[in-house]
Design a protein around this ligand. Structure first.
Ligand SMILES: Nc1nc2c(ncn2[C@@H]2O[C@H](COP(=O)(O)OP(=O)(O)OP(=O)(O)O)[C@@H](O)[C@H]2O)c(=O)[nH]1
Ligand SMILES: [Mg+2]
Length: 203
């Protein structure tokens, strides 16, 4: 098992469901939450689709403006940032730009995921609650997110897929790069070829 621990931060406006998604992931249930003060963190092992175990430390930050400075300090050195919006929180989409810029200022080479939560609410998927999937799709391409994960911490929709994708992407980061041949390894290989001679004419 690999000993690397990847830092995952949950980012977004207050009340979009960041804590609820984390709790759903860890406990498999939808539980009552209180607003996060500053940030909470938890350890989680993601088992990838190829059954590799990826160790993560998840930082669930507060979306309240008064904690923004503090939340920002948790973005530093993150490997993964999960930006959470909610169908019923228009403000969450308006503030996305600020969050993306702040995360990018604080961590290099961070993998980004975009989540649209509370899909279980009546009228959510029809776009009746303030934010439609179409609006978020436009934003997705503007910021270069690969896809929009439509989730519900209440029913569990989309959450397993989100974390499997995160795990698979981190697994790719762990894959050891194949070393490029150096001048000396190339020379040795050439010498061996010469020793073997030419197979086609028995020289
Ligand atoms: N119906 C529904 N309600 C949800 C869902 N996710 C969260 N909620 C509710 O939304 C409210 C806010 O959820 P939290 O998880 O505390 O939100 P948060 O983003 O962590 O908020 P801060 O900690 O203040 O930044 C709570 O009443 C949750 O029960 C969901 O998927 N569906
Ligand atoms: Mg919270």
């Amino acid at each position: 098992m690999d000993s690397s621990i990847f830092k995952v931060v949950f980012v977004g406006s207050t009340r979009v469901g960041k804590t609820s998604i984390c709790i759903r992931l860890i406990s498999g249930a939808f539980q009552l939450t209180a607003p996060t003060l500053g940030a909470d963190f938890m350890q989680h092992k993601i088992v990838t689709r190829s059954k590799r175990v990826i160790n993560t430390r998840i930082f669930d930050t507060s979306g309240q403006d008064r904690f923004f400075g503090l939340s920002k300090s948790f973005f530093r050195g993150a490997n993964v940032s999960v930006f959470v919006l909610s169908f019923d929180e228009v403000e969450s989409l308006e503030k996305l730009e600020k969050y993306v810029e702040t995360v990018e200022d604080n961590c290099e080479d961070c993998l980004h995921y975009l989540v649209l939560n509370k899909s279980d609410l009546a009228g959510a998927k029809e776009g009746d609650l303030g934010i439609s999937l179409e609006d978020v799709e436009k934003t997705r391409s503007k910021y270069g997110f690969e896809k929009v994960y439509v989730t519900s911490a209440k029913t569990g929709e989309g959450i397993e897929e989100l974390f499997l994708d995160i795990g698979d992407d981190l697994e790719k980061e762990l894959a050891e790069p194949i070393p490029a041949p150096t001048a000396s390894t190339k020379l040795i290989a050439d010498e061996r070829e010469e020793e073997k001679g030419c197979g086609c004419c028995n020289l």
